[in-house]
Design a protein around this ligand. Structure first.
Ligand code: AMP
Length: 425
């Protein structure tokens, strides 16, 4: 009987080869953009108290009601984090970040877990890069988070994006708007899809971003929150847009952007792939001025953004961006004979000690095989030591592009090679 090999759980993936290069590329650019704007990195645990998400994200949200990976240990209910904001608020309160100069600007690059139906661009474990600014209510913060998010995609050279902006109001104006919205839908529930029939009762705001054909037409006739904001929310949002205009960042006002979590208040935004629209948003964020209080802290305003790494990479591949992934290994060390093998082993380690990326294949005896491997790796130079060089204390440097070979004393090789590599880089 054939042995069964294990498979990864549905909706997860192994990240290796080119994907790992893309991941590093996105991560480096994101982290540079964030650090240059004064954000500090935070890593929180992958598991948290389940109640953090139930209370923070909202019991009736899709994430909490059906997508969490939850398990019990010694009487404690723990959940694999489905999102990044509630854990950061937990850390802000627990670790005493209120006593730091405000606002506190944090960024993360982490994996998240949601039990969703796997499909293109939707996984059960996925990665997000995120920004959070806690402790400042100024509209400038909203504009700055939108600008920083937009800069990430710009630096990644992604062209086909569109920024969708809306305001979701506050505890003063949202309840009044919700009444209007429910009134509008009250005689029309039978026309809605099965999910929206439930949403009408549990989470009516989400009626506005359902993608089902049946629900789309009604959405366009529904009252818009933007026309029902209180004066404080209206003025705040107007100022945010003025600041964003100041930076010549293009955006669209979109009353259907209502986000999926309960904690959002005021400014919200999503980054879409312009051709695909809302289907698979690249990222999203907004203000969450009530969340810190909801999670037991004082009333402290905050604003954040989270972008999906996989979807960003898929977009980069779709746009066929010409990426210049840095090459770490440019030297191959080849040997012929047992004495040479020992010398090559030393040479390889001398190169690595000197910070020069190098590889060898000590299981391959024939020089032809080793040179083939060197070409496959695409190195610029192969350093060869045969019986004779081992005896003489020399090394042959072979330029792989021209095929030229030169002999150098062992002691000089590192210097010569680093000079050549620096000249070529
Ligand atoms: P959210 O936390 O739901 O606001 O999502 C923010 C971004 O994370 C989305 O715009 C996606 O790019 C990404 N994202 C969310 N859920 C998934 C998922 N299940 N699989 C892959 N990416 C996701």
């Amino acid at each position: 009987m054939a042995k069964r090999i294990f498979q990864k759980p549905r909706g997860t993936k192994d990240i290796w080869g080119d994907d790992q290069k893309y991941f590093k590329y996105v991560r480096d650019i994101f982290e540079n953009v964030a650090e240059e704007a004064g954000f500090l990195k935070i890593d929180t645990p992958a598991i948290e108290d389940t109640k953090l998400f139930v209370r923070g994200v909202g019991k009736e949200t899709d994430i909490v009601s059906k997508e969490m990976y939850t398990f019990n240990r010694s009487g404690n209910s723990l959940t694999l984090r489905p999102e990044g904001t509630a854990p950061i608020v937990r850390a802000y309160l627990e670790d005493g970040m209120q006593s730091l100069p405000q606002p506190v600007s944090l960024y993360y690059f982490s994996n998240f877990f949601r039990y969703e139906r796997p499909q293109a661009g939707r996984y059960r474990e996925f990665w997000q890069f995120g920004l959070e600014v806690l402790g400042d209510k100024s509209p400038l913060v909203d504009a700055n988070v939108i600008a920083t998010a937009s800069r990430i995609y710009k630096k990644l050279n992604i062209k086909d994006i569109s920024i969708q902006v809306n305001s979701m109001g506050c505890p003063t104006c949202r309840p009044k708007y919700m009444k209007l919205l429910k009134k509008f839908y009250s005689g029309k529930v039978t026309k809605l899809c099965a999910d929206c029939k439930k949403r009408y009762k549990t989470n009516p705001l989400r009626l506005l971003d359902c993608k089902n054909e049946k629900c789309l037409a009604l959405q366009n006739e529904a009252p818009q929150i933007i026309n029902n904001l209180c004066s404080a929310c209206h003025d705040h949002f107007k100022t945010v847009l003025e600041y964003v205009d100041e930076l010549d960042i293009l955006y669209e006002l979109n009353p259907k952007v209502v986000r999926g979590f309960d904690y959002y208040t005021g400014t919200v935004f999503e980054i879409w792939n312009a051709s695909d629209g809302a289907q698979n948003s690249l990222g999203g964020g907004g203000r969450y001025d009530e969340l810190i209080q909801t999670l037991g802290g004082p009333s402290i305003p905050a604003m954040g953004f989270g972008g999906g790494v996989e979807r960003t990479i898929e977009e980069m591949k779709k746009e066929e961006l010409n990426l210049d992934f840095p090459k770490n290994v440019n030297i191959f060390v080849a040997q012929l004979g047992s004495k040479a093998r020992k010398k090559c082993f030393k040479l390889l380690n001398d190169l690595l000690d000197a910070g020069i990326g190098a590889e060898a294949r000590f299981d391959k005896g024939g020089i032809g095989d080793q040179l083939k491997t060197a070409s496959k790796l695409g190195v610029e130079y192969t350093l060869l030591i045969g019986q004779r060089e081992a005896f003489d204390g020399t090394v042959i440097i072979k330029d792989m592009a021209s095929g030229n070979q030169e002999v150098f004393p062992y002691e000089k090789v590192i210097k010569v090679i680093s000079k050549r590599l620096n000249k070529n880089s």
